[in-house]
Each structure stands twice: as C-alpha cells, then as structure tokens.
Design a protein around this ligand. Structure first.
Ligand code: IPD
Ligand code: CA
Ligand code: CA
Length: 253
C-alpha cells in the first residue's frame, strides 16, 4: 500500500508534467525505482532472507533460496507516463518454484486483487470467479499490441485477424497484470500475449487459477515464464482461444 501511495502521489505530478517541455520521462522512471525501493524494503523486513526477481533490479539472491518474490513495481508504465489511470503493482511469492501468493494493486481505482494457493482469489473483500461465458462469439478478449521497439508485429497481425473475426470485442489495457486480474474478475473472458516477463505474469497467473481459470503458454503448455507467452480464460474460452491462435492466416474477406 505504501508503494501504491507513492505511485498515486507521483501519478498526480505526472499529469502536471504532460505539458512540460522535458516531459515526464525521467520523472516516471524515478517513480518506478522509488516504488521498487519501497517494496524491496518492506518485503525484506517482513520476510528476511527471501530472494527477489524485480523488474528494475533483476535477480537478488537470498539466504532462503526456497522463497522468491517476483515484483513489477509499476506495470503499465506507458499509461502512467501519459497520465492514463490504468497501471498497477504486481507482487507474487514463489515457494520451491510454485506460485503460492499473488497481489495486484491498482492505486488509481483502489482495487486490490489477492490470492493464496488453495485459498481463492479476491478483489478487495469480494470473492472472484472467472466469467461463465463459454462461446468466443460472446467473449471480450484482451491482448497486448506490439509497438515501436517491440517485435512480432507480423505474428500479432495474424493472431489479431483470426481472433477479431470470432469475438465480441478486443481490449488493450496497457497493464498486463490488470488484464489478468480482469480475467480473474470476469470483466474480460480471455487474454493472450507473447513477449512478457515473469514479473508481468506471476501474480496474475495465480489469481486467475484461484478464480477457477486456466493459464498456459501459447503452445498450451506450462512453460509460461520460459516462453514469455500466456493464454488465459475459463476452461472453454481458454481452449477455444488456443485453437484460434494456432490457425494459419484467415483468408482475406
Ligand atoms: C508492460 C505492460 C503492457 C505489456 C508489455 C509490458 P511495463 O509492462 O504490462 O501491457 O503489453 O509487454 O512490458 O513495461 O509497463 O511494466
Ligand atoms: Ca514495469
Ligand atoms: Ca510489466
């Protein structure tokens, strides 16, 4: 929450900086690093000796190598930079390689998504369940659209062409942690994106699974961190989305 307050304060300032000549770029990276510093200090105090994998600082070994925090201190950096209030903090705990706890916090909407392995998933104090929709034609699906400096534009256009012809809507929020949290909350029925890092994904994977959803890599396997890709949804939507994503390019209409 402390990091959330810090990001909220900085977000307010970023909105003012939009008009400044220099722009808020450096300011945002400071906000990012400050949030990570707060999170590292608080978690080290709460669980001394645990290892870390943090987006800005990388891997930090710990005496207790059975436990590892996986942290994205600010997910949705571009939104934050542009004053768009869709960003989050994502923290997961791994025990002997298994995700056992996950937290995603959206300070702009004061929404706290949490899950513990075997304990269910929650949004603030409300229990979460993935959407009940079973047909892609009824589904709203999220994804990440590559941009300048990001690869796989060609593959994405094939995936998009196939998926857009089969769903009710496609959304690109700009914070994959919140995309995954929205799937867990049933706000979106499915999600896919390649090119991601463990800190983008870890908390959202556990929260979706504890909300009754399915997460695999884009080959349908469990190598999500190694492939950097994810397909998520309830059992029917996850299966249908995987099948659609594997199709060769749909004929031009
Ligand atoms: C990014 C966001 C975005 C996703 C990118 C991520 P960042 O994280 O989650 O939605 O499409 O692949 O890198 O850079 O804002 O922490
Ligand atoms: Ca980040
Ligand atoms: Ca991220």
């Amino acid at each position: 929450m402390k990091a959330g307050r810090s990001l909220s304060r900085d977000f307010g300032e970023v909105q003012n900086l939009q008009v400044s000549l220099k722009g808020p770029g450096d300011y945002v990276s400071q906000a990012d690093r400050k949030a990570e510093e707060i999170i590292h200090a608080e978690l080290s105090r709460a669980r001394p000796g645990y290892a870390f994998l943090m987006e800005e600082r990388g891997a930090i070994p710990g005496e207790d190598d059975q436990h590892r925090w996986i942290v994205d201190p600010l997910d949705g950096t571009t939104n934050f930079l542009h004053g768009i209030p869709i960003f989050s903090i994502s923290i997961a705990l791994e025990r002997q390689g298994q995700l056992v706890a996950g937290v995603i916090y959206n300070p702009a909407m004061d929404e706290l998504y949490t899950a513990e392995r075997g304990g269910g998933a929650f949004l603030n104090d409300r229990r979460l369940r993935v959407s009940g929709r079973t047909k892609l034609t009824d589904a709203v699906v999220g994804t990440g659209v590559p941009h300048l400096g990001r690869g796989h534009h060609g593959n994405f256009l094939v995936e998009l062409r196939n998926v857009m012809g089969e769903v009710s809507g496609i959304r690109r929020l700009g914070s994959v942690a919140l995309d995954l949290a929205y799937v867990a909350a049933g706000r979106m029925d499915g999600f896919w994106e390649p090119g991601l890092s463990p800190w983008d994904l870890a908390a959202g994977i556990l929260i979706i699974r504890e909300a009754g959803g399915f997460c695999t890599d884009m080959n349908g396997g469990q190598e999500i961190f190694d492939t950097g890709s994810i397909v998520a949804g309830n059992e029917a939507i996850h299966r249908a989305l995987l099948k659609t994503l594997k199709k060769p390019l749909a004929p031009r209409v």
